[in-house]
Design a protein. Structure first.
Length: 79
């Protein structure tokens, strides 16, 4: 959706990971409300947010996403 696209511009375009994470957090909330936490699109959004949080150095927020989405724990993260 639109929020996800804005997040991509900040994250990948401007390399403003903090702002990108803000928009990706909003997008994830929307996916959770609309589709539920177990939907593939929600999980993909959570992964994208985790990557952004890692790039931003926001380890406490990254840890929270990893707890909320344990399927991401199979990947290597700098936490």
């Amino acid at each position: 959706g639109t929020v996800t696209n804005i997040a991509i511009v900040y994250d990948e375009g401007f390399k403003d990971y903090g702002k990108g994470a803000d928009y990706k957090t909003r997008a994830l909330q929307g996916y959770e409300e609309q589709l539920g936490k177990d939907h593939a699109d929600t999980k993909r959004c959570a992964r994208n947010l985790a990557i952004c949080l890692e790039n931003a150095g926001e380890k406490p927020n990254l840890r929270k996403i990893l707890v909320d989405y344990p399927h991401l724990l199979s990947e290597s993260w700098n936490v």
